[in-house]
Design a protein around this ligand. Structure first.
Ligand SMILES: [Zn+2]
Length: 274
């Protein structure tokens, strides 16, 4: 059984602020060690459940977070950026199941730790009218390639969001969000143990989980924090403004919608303050 793991940093246990998640942050070196530990726990659970191959995608920032020399030597690592499928690069190679480790809730979620959707300039994303964040987008991309997401780890709001999209998926709540940058956290050791156990359980019942498929065609709706962002993204063919801060695009499928969304995030970050 081939397993794909996409890992972000904001939903790792004991990660609560940009001091942890920003490469310039004073706690970043510690946070990337934590991220590596939680990935190793998920990998251990996957192999214990009979995985034959595991690919890990380092999916925070520019994909240079995991400590490669401390990572389980049985895995292969997707690292670096830019990459077309971003957080899910590599999933197109064909897998039987996917894990989303260290994920966080969508932009605007109350009491979710370090919530956002790709960039701070995105206020909301909806696919066929359903609000999605990074969990929904990643699960939908996996689903496009017929890969079911069978495990999601993060704070309680990420877990709630994962269940809203994926139903009775295996989850690990590593912390309870108390605000945007505060949480009640389990110990790192407890997080690692829970993730290893959940990964094993998740793979054991992976065959009962359907991929998350988005109906076609796909209407993509993106809300921005500024009107100038919409001025920019309407330069993309097929994207039109519906109000001051909202743009829509009619897309063939989720892959097409994701490509447009990903291009929007790049465009609005070119000039961060305008
Ligand atoms: Zn993220």
């Amino acid at each position: 059984m081939k397993v794909y793991i996409s890992v972000d940093i904001e939903g790792i246990g004991c990660v609560v602020r940009s001091e942890h998640s920003s490469p310039q942050g004073r706690e970043f070196q510690w946070a990337r060690k934590r991220m590596t530990e939680e990935v190793n726990a998920a990998v251990a659970g996957a192999f214990a459940a009979g995985a034959s191959e595991v690919v890990v995608a380092d999916s925070h920032n520019v994909g240079l977070n995991l400590l490669a020399d401390q990572l389980d030597s049985r895995v292969r690592l997707v690292m670096g950026a830019p990459r077309a499928l971003s957080m899910m690069e590599g999933v197109q190679l064909g897998f039987d199941a996917a894990f989303l480790v260290g994920y966080h809730a969508m932009a605007g979620t109350a009491d979710g730790v370090i919530v956002h959707t790709y960039t701070g300039r995105i206020a909301s994303v909806a696919v066929n009218g359903t609000p999605v964040g990074e969990i929904g987008l990643s699960a939908a991309l996996a689903g496009h390639y017929h890969v079911p997401v069978v495990l999601v780890t993060g704070d309680d709001k990420a877990v709630r969001e994962a269940r809203s999209h994926l139903g009775d998926v295996e989850t690990v709540e590593v912390k309870k969000g108390l605000g945007a940058y505060a949480a009640l956290c389990l110990s790192p050791r407890a997080c690692n143990e829970k993730i290893r156990e959940a990964a094993q359980r998740a793979l054991q019942r992976a065959h009962c989980t359907a991929p998350f498929r988005v109906e076609t065609p796909v209407e993509l709706t993106v809300g921005f924090t500024t009107a100038s962002s919409v001025d920019r993204v309407t330069a993309i063919p097929g994207v039109r403004r519906v109000d001051g801060t909202t743009a829509v695009a009619a897309c063939e499928d989720i892959l097409h919608a994701f490509r447009i969304f990903h291009l929007m995030t790049d465009l609005v970050e070119l000039t961060p303050f305008i």
